[in-house]
Write a protein of this length. Structure first.
Length: 272
């Protein structure tokens, strides 16, 4: 590993439900340490002790951190035992809060995993939005631009995909379009109201660092054209010219967490 390379942090998110809550908390936390590379490994629907210990062993093997959202008290107790036994850092996201609520309300928790995933209309809207974001990621199908609630445009590594997924969990259908000088913008971008389009820009030096780290993570030399300041400046100037033509909102994502940028986008959407 190069002297200035950031180590990869592996985090296991163990849950007796889907694990969405734990992963969102992890992503919010690791955003504070950007641009370190993190590998979030979700272990959903863990309902037996054997599976629980297997994931603890994996975390030990990979020198990983564990975060768990286990509703059943017996499983939480086993997690503590297994983590102590194997010397793994394991963080209980729900246990302390559940105990505090039981004391405060003088009632026992229902101890039913997955209650926050009630299959109501909002849940299905979120699922539909997530599927939409996956299907129309990185201009794989430009027809999604015409169907989207929000369209994100910007050069590579400006957080378009993470933003799309975050906004999808807020039930917005999001398409994202990379702006590449050699390709040209899809005509559909100019067929929708400018209020639906959000341009993402970034500081040249900041993006230079992000792209170098990305190349290192892929095992490639950071001297490639993709990470050169001159190339980045050229791409950003091109992207700026497209955003000017679109007349869309432009947000500088330099040093911003995904949640912060998403909040600005939602404020804009709600105001139009």
């Amino acid at each position: 590993m190069a002297a200035d390379a950031q180590p990869e942090v592996i985090i296991y998110v163990v849950s007796d439900s889907a694990g969405d809550t734990g992963e969102l908390v992890v992503r919010a936390a690791v955003a504070q340490f950007h641009p370190i590379h993190t590998d979030i490994r979700r272990a959903p629907f863990v309902h037996d002790e054997a599976s629980l210990e297997r994931f603890v062993r994996l975390a030990k093997e990979h020198d990983a951190i564990m975060l768990y959202t286990l509703v059943l008290p017996g499983m939480r107790e086993r997690m503590i035992e297994f983590a102590d036994k194997h010397g793994v850092t394991a963080i209980d996201l729900l246990g302390s809060l559940i105990k505090s609520l039981e004391l405060k309300t003088d009632r026992k928790a229902r101890q039913e995993p997955g209650l926050n995933h009630v299959l109501d209309e909002n849940y299905f809207r979120k699922v539909e939005a997530v599927e939409f974001a996956v299907k129309y990621d990185d201009m794989r199908d430009t027809t999604g631009i015409l169907k989207a609630d929000i369209v994100l445009v910007g050069v590579s590594r400006t957080s378009k995909t993470p933003l799309s997924m975050y906004l999808a969990h807020k039930q917005f259908k999001v398409a994202n379009v990379p702006l590449i000088p050699e390709v040209g913008p899809p005509p559909e971008l100019f067929q929708i109201p400018k209020e639906k389009v959000v341009g993402l820009t970034i500081d040249v030096r900041y993006l230079n660092g992000i792209r170098k780290e990305r190349l290192k993570a892929l095992g490639l030399p950071d001297s490639a054209s993709y990470a050169k300041a001159e190339r980045i400046e050229f791409e950003l100037q091109y992207a700026s010219s497209i955003m000017d033509r679109l007349g869309c909102l432009v947000i500088d994502v330099s040093h911003k967490a995904v949640e912060e940028t998403a909040s600005l986008i939602l404020e804009h959407i709600e105001s139009v």
